[in-house]
Design a protein around this ligand. Structure first.
Ligand SMILES: Nc1ncnc2c1ncn2[C@@H]1O[C@H](COP(=O)(O)OP(=O)(O)OP(=O)(O)O)[C@@H](O)[C@H]1O
Length: 229
């Protein structure tokens, strides 16, 4: 589903590469934790899957396509297939929960009838039934993150990328979000999550890829966090 073929990335003005000859393959339906020190390249890796960054050298494949060869007009279609969740939720503060989730479908031109069916269905999946009319500010942090997950998943993407999704949440709330991501993963959605949350990684026992200075230094099935902050 995702393949990095000797990918290096050096940002303009930087001496050291953010990714250094990275070779990595993630199969359809896998759940992968990306761990490593701050600055080890995790976010750069995730941004490359969305073609928000391009490799300096090497090739990135997503769903069988070499995405750096995609013409610009095809990039939105790629991004529709990759849902994203971030530490800071990134909801529209003046829109209700329903509107935040519906918006993801409106921008891709889904018909109203389909939106009216998918939004409540997805809110129920994330445990927010009955809260569709609230504004994000009227929800707890954990609930806001559930809205963000609903928005990322409402379109049933092939891949879900999560960059520190539990970074702003307490441990109990974090576990709820992880159960949700696990449930989404079981629908055969590939999940790639960058995190510093050692207890979550240790509890879930999924594949763990550790980056250090843009290189893979560990790749374990059912791994643990291992990296010492
Ligand atoms: N837009 C940018 N311009 C220049 N350098 C950048 C840019 N983005 C990241 N970098 C550099 O690339 C390296 C990798 O950064 P990246 O954000 O991918 O790391 P990370 O593992 O996600 O870190 P964190 O855990 O703090 O989020 C760092 O040295 C960083 O300073």
């Amino acid at each position: 589903m995702i393949r990095f073929d000797h990918v290096s990335k050096t940002y303009t003005g930087q001496k050291r590469p953010a990714l250094d000859a990275l070779d990595l393959e993630i199969a359809k339906g896998e759940f992968v934790f990306l761990v490593g020190a701050s600055g080890s390249g995790k976010s750069t890796f995730l941004r490359m899957i969305l073609r928000e960054e391009r490799p300096s050298t090497g090739r990135v494949f997503v769903a069988g396509k070499e995405i750096n060869k995609l013409s610009n007009w095809k990039v939105p279609k790629l991004r529709r297939q990759v849902g994203t969740v971030f530490q800071d939720f990134r909801l529209l503060p003046n829109r209700t929960v329903n509107e935040n989730v519906a918006f993801a479908l409106q921008v891709i031109g889904k018909p109203r009838a389909e939106i009216d069916k998918l939004v409540p269905e997805t809110l129920e999946l994330v445990g927010l039934e009955g809260k569709g009319d609230r504004l994000p500010g009227e929800l707890s942090g954990g609930e806001q993150q559930r809205v963000a997950v609903a928005r990322a998943f409402v379109n049933r993407p092939m891949i879900l990328i999560a960059d520190e999704p539990t970074g702003n949440l307490d441990p109990a709330t974090s576990i709820g979000i992880m159960k949700l991501l696990d449930r989404i993963n079981r629908t055969d959605t590939t999940v790639v999550m960058a995190t510093h949350d050692s207890s979550i990684v240790d509890q879930m026992r999924k594949r763990v890829i550790e980056l250090d200075d843009g290189r893979v230094v560990r790749d374990e099935a059912q791994g643990i966090y291992g990296y010492q902050n």
